[in-house]
Design a protein around this ligand. Structure first.
Ligand code: ATP
Length: 500
């Protein structure tokens, strides 16, 4: 079914999955809090990734780095200078956009200068979301003209209308740096400025040698990390898709130059298949290769895993070939040797890096949207979240059919206690059984167990399955064993080839 964003947002609010941050103060734009069930889902997503990266393979170690790093790290990585988005405002309605998010965005300029073959004069130039000062330069070719000298650049407008008010009143794009700054110590000056990390990746690069040495790693091997990142995003909309503070799951895979393309293909397929493994429908997932002019400043090749969100296809994860950019830059800046001595060839070289970088929040969002379903059963409508059991916040709910019968309630509490040792199980007697089932369906609980009067006689209880709503009587003696087997916590790996 086609799910609207509002439907999912309303489910998240109604059922304690995701709330607006600081809601009782009127909220904080682009910041969200995960409620009791959301925190469980998020943890399950992290665990599934961590498991695939660090447990099911023997060539990746997990690490955890601090959010604040030496500010030189971000100068070296290029973030202080280049981590920018082109921002445009509408002079008429004051809406603000990222120029590269506006379909077909063009800006016109009048350039005074000297062009090869045409001489001195004034020339009309049209650009996409690029910043003219960085593109219209002497020695650069723009719009098939080679500028030999540039004296003056004047913005003459954009042929595009503002998507909000329709007026052709968009300003020229200007660069906006996404780094959040703060200060260490009592004095707020340039010397005390530090940055909240905009990605977790640099933690892996600066610890490359620490980890390689202490873990006695040979190439190829990877370093993985899950943690918070911060970006002062211009356009923040679409729920947790783009927020100021978010969590990333990133892995840097260090390999020998020459083997990099093979590893790149492996990781693109591996990461695409991970989403399928945890239940994302194939028709809602695709791979998209970046065009050369879309690549980040460090990237040689990049594929995005995209999901068909209610607002259109959007990036879930990028798999980038970062070459030796980061290690080389850190070596130049620190004069520390981050090269690898290859004992097989007795040579030294700078490893190449393949980086799968995913976002926890976007992943949670896509799992929720993909799992959401509504159906009518026996004239009654139900909402059911068909989440993979490994991701479901509650695995089993134990429900007494009659809460006034102490013997039934006692059995239920005992069973819940036994099940809790394996994963999250809950007891609930706050409504009639039909309503309790619906509540559990809505948050994706794969199984409900109902203890009734008959249970007291035959020692059995009813197990109801979420998706088909089938019911089965199972002996209470073997209920724990039965459910531990039924709740699939580790789905089989999907290893299908992926065309790239
Ligand atoms: P976009 O083009 O959407 O801004 P990006 O290409 O800058 O994303 P990366 O730097 O590749 O993103 O970060 C890796 C992942 O981190 C993204 O695929 C996404 O899942 C997540 N991510 C990045 N920025 C945000 C954000 N502002 N809010 C939530 N998740 C984010």
């Amino acid at each position: 079914m086609v799910v609207s964003l509002d439907t999912v947002i309303s489910l998240c609010k109604r059922r304690g999955i995701i709330f607006q941050s600081s809601e009782i103060y009127g909220g904080m734009a682009a910041c969200y809090d995960y409620g009791p069930l959301g925190a469980e889902i998020k943890r399950n997503v992290r665990n599934a990734w961590w498991r695939a990266m660090t447990q099911e393979r023997d060539d990746v170690d997990g690490i955890e780095c601090s959010i604040l790093m030496n500010p030189e790290v971000w100068r070296t990585s290029g973030h202080v200078e280049n981590f920018t988005d082109p921002l445009v405002d509408c002079k008429s309605c004051r809406a603000r956009f990222r120029a590269d998010h506006l379909d077909g965005y063009r800006a016109r300029y009048k350039v005074t200068g000297v062009v090869e073959g045409s001489g001195e004069g004034q020339y009309e130039v049209e650009l996409g979301p690029a910043i003219p000062g960085k593109v219209i330069l002497a020695g650069h070719k723009v719009d098939d003209r080679m500028f030999e000298r540039v004296d003056k650049i004047e913005y003459t407008g954009s042929p595009l209308a503002c998507p909000t008010c329709g007026n052709k009143a968009l300003t020229e794009p200007r660069l906006f740096n996404l780094l959040f700054r703060t200060h260490v110590g009592p004095i707020e000056d340039a010397a005390s400025t530090v940055f909240l990390r905009p990605e977790t990746a640099q933690g892996m690069f600066v610890n490359f040698e620490n980890c390689r040495g202490t873990m006695r790693r040979k190439l190829p091997f990877g370093l993985a990390q899950i943690g918070r990142s911060f970006r002062n995003e211009i356009t923040t909309k679409a729920f947790v898709f783009r927020t100021l503070e978010f969590e990333q799951m990133e892995m840097e895979y260090f390999c020998k130059p020459g083997t990099d393309e093979e590893h790149y293909r492996h990781w693109v397929a591996e990461r695409y298949n991970w989403y399928i493994r945890y239940g994302i429908k194939r028709e809602n997932l695709r791979l998209r290769q970046h065009d050369a002019d879309e690549l980040a400043h460090y990237s040689r090749m990049c594929h995005d895993v995209e999901y068909n969100f209610p607002m259109g296809w959007g990036e879930l994860e990028g798999i980038a070939h970062r070459g030796d950019y980061d290690l080389t830059k850190h070596m130049e800046a620190t004069h520390k040797d981050l090269q690898y001595f290859d004992p097989e060839t007795n040579t030294k070289y700078t490893p190449y890096v393949i980086e799968p970088a995913a976002g926890v929040d976007r992943t949670v969002m896509c799992f929720l949207i993909d799992a959401y379903d509504e159906e009518t059963v026996l004239d009654r409508q139900r909402v059911v979240l068909r989440l993979h059991p490994a991701l479901a916040p509650i695995k089993v709910a134990v429900l007494p059919l009659l809460k006034k019968r102490p013997e039934i309630v006692e059995i239920c509490h005992k069973l819940t206690g036994d099940l809790m040792r394996h994963w999250k199980a809950v007891y609930d007697d706050t409504a009639a059984i039909g309503k309790l089932y619906r509540r559990q369906d809505e948050v994706g609980t794969p199984f409900c167990v109902t203890v009734d009067v008959e249970s007291l006689e035959d020692g059995k209880a009813t197990v109801r399955e979420r998706d088909q709503m089938t019911q089965e009587r199972v002996e209470l003696d073997r209920m724990e064993e039965y459910l531990v087997e039924k709740v699939v916590m580790v789905p089989p790996k999907v290893e299908e080839p992926v065309a790239i």
